[in-house]
Design a protein around this ligand. Sequence first.
Ligand code: ARG
Length: 573
Amino acid sequence: MAHIELDCPASVKKQLAKVFEVSLRTTVPDEPDVVPSVDACAAKSGVKFADYQCNNAMGIFAKLKGKQSGFRGPPGVGQAIVKNLPQSEMIESCSVAGPGFVNIVLSKKWIAERLERLLIDGIDDWAPRLPVKTVLVDFSSPNVAKEMHVGHLRSTIIGDTLSRMLEFCRAETLIRRNHLGDWGTQFGMLIAHLFDTFPNPEDFNETAIGDLQAFYKASKVRFDNEPEFKRRAHLSVVQLQSGEEVYRKAWERICDISKAEFEKVYQRLGVRLEARGESYYNDLIPPTLDKLDKLGMIQEDDGARVIFVEGVNIPIIAVKRDGGYNYSSTDIAALWYRLNEEKVNWNIYVTDVGQWQHFDMLFKAFRRAGWLPKGENEFPKCTHVGFGLVLGEDGKRFRTRSSDTIRLVELLDEAKKRCKASLLERDAVKDWTDEEIEKTAEAVGYGAVKYADLRINRLTNYTFSFDQMLNDKGNTAVYLQYAHARICSIMRKSGKDIEEIKKVFEESLTNLLPNVLCEYLYNLTEIFTKKFYTNCQVVGSPDETSRLLLCEATLIVMRQCFNLLGIGNTAVY
Ligand code: ARG
């Protein structure tokens, strides 16, 4: 797991830790290693006794046992910590509770000042700072002519959110890389089938081929059943690899058609990617393997050329028995290129957990070669961000009703269609323009698909259910969008000029876990709706101005979260 020290000047926890650090140095001057431990207080049966707590007293007492410390149990240490606290405008009061926790209540005045800064300066300065120059996120990465499946959809959604988070933290250069599977022996049969189907090369284009997946399947059937075709398919691979013009052109056509299909998915999701497919690294494979060979890392194994790495009993196959290269050979060349040519400091790969071993071995090989530092957390570093399977409501791998694969475009269209249908049932929609309805159905529909995925810890399997993700009362994007629109409507009803009124997250990133951000957004929305909005009248109340400000501050934070999650939002809903 990635562990990166972030610089978070806005973090309340970190600021409190600094205050407590001063006290700890006075309380136990002979224990300079004690690190302040400050956490947000959890609510006990719905009640919160304090905002934050310092947990050091128990550990300190245990450490001092046997020494003449003069403290009366851990609570005594807690008392001393409180007594030695320096003056701080953040803290209203502190008290020692239970076995020695120091409960901290924040100063209302200090909170109000922070809110004021948020309203005036916006949220950008609240972002933690990432001490890394160039970060590359390798995500989505579907395979040409094969299906782009729900696994690729998960990679696309998670990778995009991680990229947005890294951008928010001002990574100097962020590369969103689409490592397209655009090379391999499957092109032999595709090209052979293409030549048979369209003797005139001018005739093959997007419309002529129609469904590339069906085309792939048809050529696979022939490959498996017609020996003569199989022979020609093999020959085509050789021709393609030797750079034969017509073969090269056919390959390009197939790639272009596939890419156009992928682009439709990216467009709907609002995801940007920079494509550099596997084919790009072809010529780099032999020289990179040569370097590893010179380091004595490549050995012969049953006709193949392989690399063994620490703690794993199977090797990486760098060159197959037939002399060809594979997925691993390409990743070796690609990582070498990223480290040496693109000077990437942090390489993040987003794929299903099933590829964990592939990446573990790749990184270990690079460490063995001395191309990555020995310490896993030293830079330049590599991280595999894995995720679980997408399951259908029957608990099995997700598939659509009829066919055995899912067209992602259709899946997204379905989400939008369902949102539009439920929108049209509402009275308020009567005065909306068609464009407003379309835009809202898109923001809500695509947002729902993303949020349903992101809110789950990515390592667990996730069940795809339209009914669940579109439920307006659950922990869904729909519910959040609705709350957001309601706050907007309060602001509108107040008739005040927001700009006029204005005058008066770190955890999620350190562990690369978007669900932490979702949890935060959901809690914020719940607190706003259930604690504030249902109890406090806003428009027309004597406290209207300050309550509107609180609404506005909530909106700023909600929008920033939506933005990081790649979810569009609507002011009306
Ligand atoms: N194309 C691969 C797949 O569909 C994912 C590629 C991930 N990136 C990489 N550098 N290996 O499983």
